[in-house]
Design a protein around this ligand. Sequence first.
Ligand code: ZN
Ligand code: ZN
Length: 272
Amino acid sequence: MDHVLTFMDYHIFTPYVYSGSWPESNVARQILSLWIITTLGAELIYLGFGALNFYFVFDHDLMKHPLFIKNQVKNEIRLGSVSLFWMSFPTVGLFYLEIKGHSKLYDNIETQGLSGVILSIAGFLFFTDMCIYWIHRFMHHKSIYKYLHKQHHIFKIPTPFASHAFHPLDGFLQSLPYHIYPFIFPLHKMVYLSLFVFVNIWTISIHDGDYRIPGQLIHLINGAAHHVDHHLYFKYNYGQYLTLWDRLGGSYHYPSALLAKGPHDDIQKLKQ
Ligand SMILES: [Zn+2]
Ligand SMILES: [Zn+2]
């Protein structure tokens, strides 16, 4: 995030936003700048990729499903945008620690070598997949579900805009593994930024109603077909990228959509 902050300072904040008397090294200015970058960046990724997905991938026929609620898209966008706004506050605290050099992020690819970079990508995906599975399962515990996670499950037939529609605390807790990883393990800064964009796009994609997954990967990858069953039946498929932790945790459910029992099949039956 230090490179993003330096870039924004140089091209936008210093020449156009702040007065010349507020130095770039000032702590309050850095925190405010990080908050602007985090909030705008997250909203842009969410609304930008969400809209692209909604118009070009999402099957609008799903909006005819009886469980698709009135004004759903508007409600998803409102909850998602407000949640990202509030989530930015604690996230900025972690980004600030990161720009102050407390993380294990590095600049030079030679530090870990190419094999180290590839291993760190695999490590990041494995670590975050595992943590999000257990945090998500914890969110379904009956003592906590109705206070936080229920907001995401209002949408039984989600659209791409449901991807970030969480209670802000739920959203922040589920994003924590992404931010904690570089404080525990070494990670190249550009790889971190790219993975951050990737995980957001992935989250959008598992809500897009495109249930296709190539060949045998259906057993390995947790896609939209798996995640729609999570929205419909609650106690299955808590995973993020892989089905691994659902299989180990006994919550794996083969996608109904691939057994001709999914939302599209419900709509077809209603048409007959
Ligand atoms: Zn859930
Ligand atoms: Zn979801």
